[in-house]
Design a protein around this ligand. Sequence first.
Ligand code: ZN
Ligand code: ZN
Length: 277
Amino acid sequence: MTTDPEASGTDLHVHSTFSDGQHSPAAVMALAADAGLTAVALTDHDTTGGFGAAAAAASELGLRFIPGVEISSHCDGRDIHLLAWFVDPDHAGLRNALARLAGARERRLQAMLKALSLAGAPVQETAVREESDGHVPGRPHVAAALVAAGHATSVQSAFDRWIGQGRPGFVALERIPAGEAIALVRAAGGVAGLAHPGLAHAGRSLPALVQSGLAAVECDHPGHDPGQRRRWREAAQRLGLVATSGSDFHGSSLRHGFIGSESLDGATMAALEACRP
Ligand SMILES: [Zn+2]
Ligand SMILES: [Zn+2]
Protein backbone atom coordinates (compact mmCIF):
# COMPACT_ATOMS: atom_id res chain seq x y z
CA MET A 1 0.00 0.00 0.00
CA THR A 2 3.02 2.29 -0.13
CA THR A 3 4.93 4.00 -2.92
CA ASP A 4 3.25 1.95 -5.62
CA PRO A 5 4.09 3.50 -8.99
CA GLU A 6 0.80 2.18 -10.37
CA ALA A 7 -1.23 3.91 -7.70
CA SER A 8 -4.73 2.74 -6.99
CA GLY A 9 -7.04 3.19 -4.06
CA THR A 10 -7.36 6.32 -1.97
CA ASP A 11 -4.91 9.12 -1.18
CA LEU A 12 -6.17 10.72 2.03
CA HIS A 13 -3.85 13.73 2.22
CA VAL A 14 -3.38 16.27 -0.60
CA HIS A 15 -3.17 20.07 -0.82
CA SER A 16 -4.23 22.67 -3.38
CA THR A 17 -3.76 26.41 -3.93
CA PHE A 18 -6.42 27.00 -1.26
CA SER A 19 -3.60 26.45 1.24
CA ASP A 20 0.04 25.95 0.28
CA GLY A 21 -0.25 23.63 -2.73
CA GLN A 22 0.87 24.49 -6.26
CA HIS A 23 -2.18 23.28 -8.18
CA SER A 24 -5.83 24.31 -8.18
CA PRO A 25 -8.35 21.83 -6.70
CA ALA A 26 -9.49 20.86 -10.22
CA ALA A 27 -5.88 20.29 -11.35
CA VAL A 28 -5.21 18.18 -8.24
CA MET A 29 -8.22 15.99 -9.05
CA ALA A 30 -6.99 15.57 -12.64
CA LEU A 31 -3.56 14.50 -11.37
CA ALA A 32 -5.23 12.03 -9.00
CA ALA A 33 -7.17 10.50 -11.87
CA ASP A 34 -4.00 10.32 -13.98
CA ALA A 35 -2.26 8.53 -11.10
CA GLY A 36 -4.97 5.86 -11.23
CA LEU A 37 -6.53 6.69 -7.87
CA THR A 38 -10.17 5.85 -7.27
CA ALA A 39 -10.72 8.34 -4.44
CA VAL A 40 -8.90 11.35 -3.03
CA ALA A 41 -9.31 13.60 -0.01
CA LEU A 42 -8.51 17.28 -0.39
CA THR A 43 -7.01 18.28 2.97
CA ASP A 44 -5.94 21.90 2.73
CA HIS A 45 -4.63 23.59 5.88
CA ASP A 46 -7.47 25.10 7.91
CA THR A 47 -9.82 25.65 4.99
CA THR A 48 -12.60 23.85 3.17
CA GLY A 49 -12.65 26.53 0.44
CA GLY A 50 -11.56 24.14 -2.32
CA PHE A 51 -14.42 21.66 -1.86
CA GLY A 52 -16.76 23.02 -4.56
CA ALA A 53 -14.21 23.06 -7.37
CA ALA A 54 -12.68 19.74 -6.30
CA ALA A 55 -16.02 17.93 -6.04
CA ALA A 56 -17.12 19.19 -9.47
CA ALA A 57 -13.85 18.13 -11.12
CA ALA A 58 -13.84 14.75 -9.37
CA SER A 59 -17.37 13.98 -10.49
CA GLU A 60 -16.44 14.68 -14.11
CA LEU A 61 -13.40 12.42 -13.79
CA GLY A 62 -15.35 9.58 -12.18
CA LEU A 63 -13.26 9.98 -9.03
CA ARG A 64 -14.63 9.85 -5.51
CA PHE A 65 -14.05 13.16 -3.70
CA ILE A 66 -13.67 13.05 0.08
CA PRO A 67 -14.10 16.40 1.84
CA GLY A 68 -11.17 16.86 4.21
CA VAL A 69 -9.15 19.48 6.06
CA GLU A 70 -5.82 19.52 7.92
CA ILE A 71 -6.28 21.44 11.16
CA SER A 72 -3.43 23.31 12.88
CA SER A 73 -3.61 22.08 16.42
CA HIS A 74 -1.59 21.52 19.58
CA CYS A 75 -1.37 18.91 22.30
CA ASP A 76 1.02 18.61 25.26
CA GLY A 77 2.86 21.73 24.14
CA ARG A 78 3.56 20.32 20.68
CA ASP A 79 2.23 21.48 17.33
CA ILE A 80 0.34 18.72 15.61
CA HIS A 81 -1.68 18.47 12.41
CA LEU A 82 -5.06 16.78 12.57
CA LEU A 83 -6.56 15.34 9.42
CA ALA A 84 -10.34 15.39 9.23
CA TRP A 85 -12.33 13.53 6.59
CA PHE A 86 -16.04 13.48 5.61
CA VAL A 87 -16.68 16.82 7.32
CA ASP A 88 -19.71 19.00 6.57
CA PRO A 89 -18.18 22.37 5.55
CA ASP A 90 -21.39 24.17 6.55
CA HIS A 91 -21.23 23.04 10.19
CA ALA A 92 -21.26 26.34 12.15
CA GLY A 93 -18.78 25.28 14.84
CA LEU A 94 -16.23 24.03 12.32
CA ARG A 95 -16.66 27.13 10.16
CA ASN A 96 -16.08 29.40 13.16
CA ALA A 97 -12.96 27.50 14.17
CA LEU A 98 -11.51 27.65 10.66
CA ALA A 99 -12.32 31.36 10.44
CA ARG A 100 -10.46 31.85 13.73
CA LEU A 101 -7.42 30.04 12.29
CA ALA A 102 -7.56 32.13 9.10
CA GLY A 103 -7.51 35.25 11.30
CA ALA A 104 -4.51 33.85 13.16
CA ARG A 105 -2.68 33.29 9.84
CA GLU A 106 -3.33 36.89 8.83
CA ARG A 107 -1.98 38.15 12.16
CA ARG A 108 1.06 35.93 11.80
CA LEU A 109 1.71 37.26 8.30
CA GLN A 110 1.75 40.85 9.58
CA ALA A 111 4.11 39.88 12.44
CA MET A 112 6.42 38.02 10.02
CA LEU A 113 6.59 40.97 7.62
CA LYS A 114 7.53 43.24 10.52
CA ALA A 115 10.15 40.81 11.85
CA LEU A 116 11.68 40.32 8.39
CA SER A 117 11.88 44.05 7.84
CA LEU A 118 13.66 44.50 11.19
CA ALA A 119 16.04 41.66 10.31
CA GLY A 120 17.03 43.34 7.04
CA ALA A 121 15.01 41.18 4.64
CA PRO A 122 11.96 43.30 3.82
CA VAL A 123 9.27 41.88 1.53
CA GLN A 124 6.14 43.62 0.32
CA GLU A 125 2.78 42.30 1.51
CA THR A 126 1.48 42.59 -2.07
CA ALA A 127 4.30 40.30 -3.26
CA VAL A 128 3.32 37.65 -0.71
CA ARG A 129 -0.35 37.93 -1.68
CA GLU A 130 0.56 37.51 -5.33
CA GLU A 131 2.35 34.27 -4.44
CA SER A 132 -0.72 32.97 -2.56
CA ASP A 133 -3.01 33.69 -5.50
CA GLY A 134 -5.84 35.21 -3.47
CA HIS A 135 -5.86 32.60 -0.70
CA VAL A 136 -4.71 32.96 2.90
CA PRO A 137 -0.91 33.34 2.73
CA GLY A 138 1.27 30.82 4.52
CA ARG A 139 5.01 30.51 5.07
CA PRO A 140 5.75 29.00 1.61
CA HIS A 141 4.31 32.16 0.06
CA VAL A 142 6.49 34.36 2.27
CA ALA A 143 9.45 32.16 1.31
CA ALA A 144 8.69 32.59 -2.39
CA ALA A 145 8.48 36.37 -1.91
CA LEU A 146 11.84 36.32 -0.10
CA VAL A 147 13.35 34.53 -3.11
CA ALA A 148 11.76 36.99 -5.54
CA ALA A 149 13.16 39.91 -3.48
CA GLY A 150 16.66 38.43 -3.65
CA HIS A 151 16.93 37.60 0.07
CA ALA A 152 17.26 33.86 -0.55
CA THR A 153 18.21 31.64 -3.48
CA SER A 154 15.46 29.04 -2.97
CA VAL A 155 12.32 28.42 -0.94
CA GLN A 156 14.28 25.98 1.22
CA SER A 157 17.06 28.49 1.89
CA ALA A 158 14.42 31.12 2.75
CA PHE A 159 13.14 28.75 5.45
CA ASP A 160 16.67 27.87 6.62
CA ARG A 161 17.85 31.46 6.79
CA TRP A 162 14.78 33.57 7.56
CA ILE A 163 11.48 31.96 8.50
CA GLY A 164 12.11 28.44 9.81
CA GLN A 165 11.75 27.83 13.54
CA GLY A 166 14.36 29.81 15.47
CA ARG A 167 15.17 32.10 12.53
CA PRO A 168 14.70 35.92 12.73
CA GLY A 169 11.45 36.00 10.73
CA PHE A 170 9.82 33.02 12.43
CA VAL A 171 6.48 33.64 14.13
CA ALA A 172 4.54 30.78 15.71
CA LEU A 173 0.99 30.19 14.50
CA GLU A 174 -1.89 30.17 16.98
CA ARG A 175 -3.50 26.76 16.99
CA ILE A 176 -6.62 25.00 18.30
CA PRO A 177 -6.30 22.57 21.23
CA ALA A 178 -6.42 19.06 19.77
CA GLY A 179 -9.27 17.88 22.02
CA GLU A 180 -11.40 20.80 20.90
CA ALA A 181 -10.52 20.22 17.23
CA ILE A 182 -11.39 16.51 17.38
CA ALA A 183 -14.74 17.27 19.06
CA LEU A 184 -15.51 19.80 16.31
CA VAL A 185 -14.62 17.33 13.55
CA ARG A 186 -16.96 14.75 15.07
CA ALA A 187 -19.73 17.32 15.53
CA ALA A 188 -19.33 18.17 11.81
CA GLY A 189 -19.86 14.49 10.93
CA GLY A 190 -16.21 13.77 10.33
CA VAL A 191 -13.48 11.34 11.34
CA ALA A 192 -10.21 12.67 12.82
CA GLY A 193 -6.73 11.27 12.25
CA LEU A 194 -3.27 12.33 13.36
CA ALA A 195 -1.13 13.48 10.39
CA HIS A 196 2.54 12.46 10.01
CA PRO A 197 3.08 11.66 13.73
CA GLY A 198 6.72 10.79 13.06
CA LEU A 199 7.43 14.36 11.93
CA ALA A 200 5.53 15.88 14.87
CA HIS A 201 7.15 13.57 17.48
CA ALA A 202 3.63 13.05 18.73
CA GLY A 203 3.95 9.58 20.25
CA ARG A 204 3.40 10.72 23.81
CA SER A 205 0.19 12.51 22.89
CA LEU A 206 -1.48 9.58 21.20
CA PRO A 207 -3.36 8.11 24.22
CA ALA A 208 -4.82 11.53 25.11
CA LEU A 209 -5.87 12.07 21.50
CA VAL A 210 -7.57 8.67 21.44
CA GLN A 211 -9.44 9.64 24.62
CA SER A 212 -10.66 12.74 22.76
CA GLY A 213 -12.05 10.67 19.90
CA LEU A 214 -9.15 10.31 17.47
CA ALA A 215 -9.94 7.44 15.08
CA ALA A 216 -6.91 7.13 12.82
CA VAL A 217 -3.19 7.70 12.52
CA GLU A 218 -1.26 8.38 9.31
CA CYS A 219 1.32 5.60 9.33
CA ASP A 220 2.38 5.80 5.68
CA HIS A 221 3.69 9.29 4.89
CA PRO A 222 6.64 10.17 2.62
CA GLY A 223 8.47 11.64 5.63
CA HIS A 224 8.31 8.37 7.59
CA ASP A 225 11.12 5.84 7.23
CA PRO A 226 10.29 2.08 7.23
CA GLY A 227 10.92 1.81 10.98
CA GLN A 228 8.54 4.66 11.76
CA ARG A 229 5.89 3.16 9.50
CA ARG A 230 6.14 -0.14 11.36
CA ARG A 231 6.10 1.44 14.81
CA TRP A 232 3.08 3.62 14.02
CA ARG A 233 1.24 0.62 12.59
CA GLU A 234 1.91 -1.25 15.82
CA ALA A 235 0.67 1.74 17.83
CA ALA A 236 -2.46 1.95 15.66
CA GLN A 237 -3.20 -1.71 16.23
CA ARG A 238 -2.60 -1.43 19.98
CA LEU A 239 -4.92 1.57 20.32
CA GLY A 240 -7.61 0.41 17.90
CA LEU A 241 -6.92 3.15 15.36
CA VAL A 242 -7.23 2.90 11.59
CA ALA A 243 -3.77 3.05 9.98
CA THR A 244 -4.04 5.50 7.08
CA SER A 245 -1.78 6.57 4.20
CA GLY A 246 -1.35 9.94 2.55
CA SER A 247 1.12 11.49 0.12
CA ASP A 248 0.83 15.04 1.58
CA PHE A 249 1.09 16.13 -2.05
CA HIS A 250 1.76 19.88 -2.36
CA GLY A 251 2.82 20.11 -5.99
CA SER A 252 4.92 18.50 -8.65
CA SER A 253 8.07 20.34 -7.59
CA LEU A 254 7.53 20.63 -3.85
CA ARG A 255 8.42 18.55 -0.83
CA HIS A 256 6.73 15.30 0.15
CA GLY A 257 5.35 12.68 -2.16
CA PHE A 258 3.67 12.72 -5.51
CA ILE A 259 -0.09 12.28 -5.47
CA GLY A 260 -0.95 8.60 -4.99
CA SER A 261 2.58 7.70 -3.81
CA GLU A 262 0.88 6.64 -0.57
CA SER A 263 -2.59 5.17 -0.82
CA LEU A 264 -4.89 2.85 1.08
CA ASP A 265 -7.03 -0.03 -0.05
CA GLY A 266 -10.80 -0.50 0.01
CA ALA A 267 -10.89 -2.50 3.25
CA THR A 268 -8.97 0.19 5.17
CA MET A 269 -11.19 2.83 3.65
CA ALA A 270 -14.28 0.93 4.82
CA ALA A 271 -12.82 0.73 8.34
CA LEU A 272 -12.29 4.47 8.31
CA GLU A 273 -15.82 5.14 7.10
CA ALA A 274 -17.17 2.94 9.87
CA CYS A 275 -15.75 5.51 12.34
CA ARG A 276 -18.12 8.23 11.11
CA PRO A 277 -20.23 9.41 14.04
ZN1 ZN B 1 0.89 18.53 7.98
ZN1 ZN C 1 -0.47 18.19 4.77
